[in-house]
Write a protein that binds this ligand. Structure first.
Ligand SMILES: C[S@@+](CC[C@H](N)C(=O)[O-])C[C@H]1O[C@@H](n2cnc3c(N)ncnc32)[C@H](O)[C@@H]1O
Length: 219
């Protein structure tokens, strides 16, 4: 096998044999919804494992998520938060909100605060700061919300954005604008004066950025 024959799919197939989520019901929830075409796509399994791994390391008390969908990534994060930890998640589509709330109730996860509305409008009005922010809403909102999200991040806090390898993927023409928008977002993150970042080949790509004071860096 040459290295060039490795694809994101083949990597994911392999890593999925090793990575395990915290709860069997989460694995089931992901598997049961995987083939549905009446909902928006949710995080890839290995992205879910990665999110839980990060939450276990960071032990964040305050998490913000943009793009709840039917609540799968919210539950992935909420289920491993430390005692007293809370996730605020924003979603604009009524039909997904209904299903997300049903899922939160069904699995008795209570440390979730769901805000209905357009993340681009809600984010600038949020108060306090967050240890971890997960951006997974409409791709058009990625560049638009970057600055207010950086303002909301605690120093040392982590911003994770999903699907950021879209520009590197061979996608149908209709995704061209999305690819350009994500490319714009990745450049803005890379060049941001308060962020240290990298792009990880997990799922459809995850951009990870820590809020730092670049003037005080020793390298
Ligand atoms: C990729 S899905 C989220 C999936 C979810 N994070 C998961 O993995 O389970 C993107 C979601 O963002 C929502 N969305 C898109 N643009 C939005 C916006 N501007 N404000 C709030 N929600 C938005 C969509 O309705 C959709 O449910």
């Amino acid at each position: 096998m040459t290295i060039s024959s490795i694809t994101l799919e083949s990597l994911n197939r392999y890593t999925n044999r090793f990575n395990q989520l915290s709860d069997l019901w989460l694995e089931d929830l992901i598997n049961q919804n995987a083939e549905r075409d009446d909902i928006v796509p949710f995080i890839q399994k290995d992205t879910a494992y990665f999110l839980q791994f990060i939450v276990k390391i960071m032990q964040p008390k305050r998490v913000l998520e943009l793009g709840t969908g039917i609540g799968i990534s919210t539950l992935v994060i909420a289920s491993v938060l430390p005692v007293g930890g809370q996730i605020t998640t924003i979603e604009r589509e009524e039909r997904f909100i209904k299903e997300a709330k049903e899922n939160f109730q069904k699995f008795k996860v209570e440390n979730i605060d769901l805000i209905q509305g357009d993340a681009a409008q809600i984010v600038p009005d949020l108060e306090g700061s967050y240890d971890l922010i997960f951006q997974d809403s409409g791709k058009q909102t990625y560049p638009q919300t970057l600055e207010p999200l950086v303002q909301l991040l605690q120093p040392g806090g982590l911003l994770l954005a999903d699907d950021t390898l879209f520009p590197a993927m061979d996608l149908p023409d209709r995704n061209h604008t999305t690819q350009l928008v994500i490319d714009e977002f990745n450049k803005a993150v890379k060049n941001h004066c308060s962020l240290e970042s990298c792009i990880l080949p997990i799922g459809h790509g995850v951009t990870a950025a820590i809020k730092v004071d670049k003037e005080n860096l020793t390298y």
